[in-house]
Design a protein around this ligand. Structure first.
Ligand code: SF4
Length: 273
């Protein structure tokens, strides 16, 4: 079986960086999962003594606290500082950027509009840096917001650029002054585009990633459009030989939270088949 990888797949820059930070800081606790992959979290715990705490109140004796890629709220950060924790910041720089923008614009008395999902940890964190903040997911929602004269717009890193443009265009047409900050990160779209391209050329396509990961499910939906023989596997044990019968070329892509060592095992098993 010949194998071809998507041009871009797997860990993004921010996740790679966070894992490296965790590996350099043994005996630490991450506040929230550092990555949406249970196997990688287990590996960090087993090999590097990096444990996980879902809640700031459950940190108990943990002295070294790693802040995950999506960041935390300003209030949680203050709590950690007050409790004299040693803070190891693995927040992705692409998430720190909108946090800083929201703080600066808020200090300059702009009304802040965040294009994002209210309950997403990244958005909660970014929103916590502003005073007058409104989180919306569409132009329809924005239409119900009482806009002020000066408005600043940022986006959750994983939002669609087209929708962001529509929201920016609406704001520009409604307020006296609108500052637009494109804080979308291209990592997810680059992976999706590369998977889409590859799925057009292969007989069978394997997407490696967590079955609960929305990012991985999105990848599967994209590749299924051009390659009906597309399958999602969490690791090599999910592969079925029958998928490859009569097929010559297998494409592989992986979700943004899938570590390389799992992808390698899947590759080796397919090669054996
Ligand atoms: S997807 Fe983008 S913003 Fe999110 S962690 Fe990765 S590089 Fe950072």
């Amino acid at each position: 079986m010949n194998i071809k990888f998507a041009e871009k797949y797997g860990f993004c820059f921010g996740v790679k960086r966070a894992i490296q930070i965790a590996e350099r800081n043994r005996n630490a606790t991450t506040l929230g999962p550092i990555i949406h992959n249970t196997r990688e979290i287990a590996r960090l715990e087993r090999d590097f003594d990096v444990s996980l705490s879902e809640d700031i109140e459950n940190l108990a004796d943990a002295q070294n606290v790693i802040i995950r890629t999506h960041g935390i709220t300003k209030q949680d950060l203050q709590t950690l500082q007050e409790r004299k924790k040693h803070i190891i910041d693995a927040t992705c720089p692409f998430v720190t950027k909108p946090q800083k923008i929201v703080k600066k614009m808020s200090d300059e008395h702009y009304q802040i509009i965040i294009f994002g999902d209210k309950i997403h940890p990244e958005v909660k964190g970014v929103a916590s840096y502003g005073e007058n903040v409104c989180v919306i997911t569409s132009v329809e929602e924005l239409e119900k917001v009482k806009l002020e004269k000066k408005v600043a717009l940022v986006s959750q890193t994983t939002k669609q650029p087209k929708q962001f443009e529509q929201i920016a265009a609406y704001l520009v047409s409604k307020v006296n002054e609108c500052r637009v900050f494109n804080t979308i990160c291209n990592a997810t779209f680059d992976n999706q585009h590369a998977a889409d391209m590859l799925s057009r050329d292969v007989d069978v396509m394997i997407v490696v990633g967590g079955k609960n990961s929305s990012n991985t499910k999105q990848l599967l939906a994209i590749v299924q459009k051009h390659c009906p023989h597309s399958y999602l596997v969490e690791d090599e044990n999910d592969l079925q030989e029958s998928w490859f019968e009569g097929k010559a070329l297998c494409g592989i892509t992986a979700g943004a939270s899938t570590p390389d060592w799992i992808i390698k095992r899947v590759q080796e098993k397919i090669e054996q088949i």
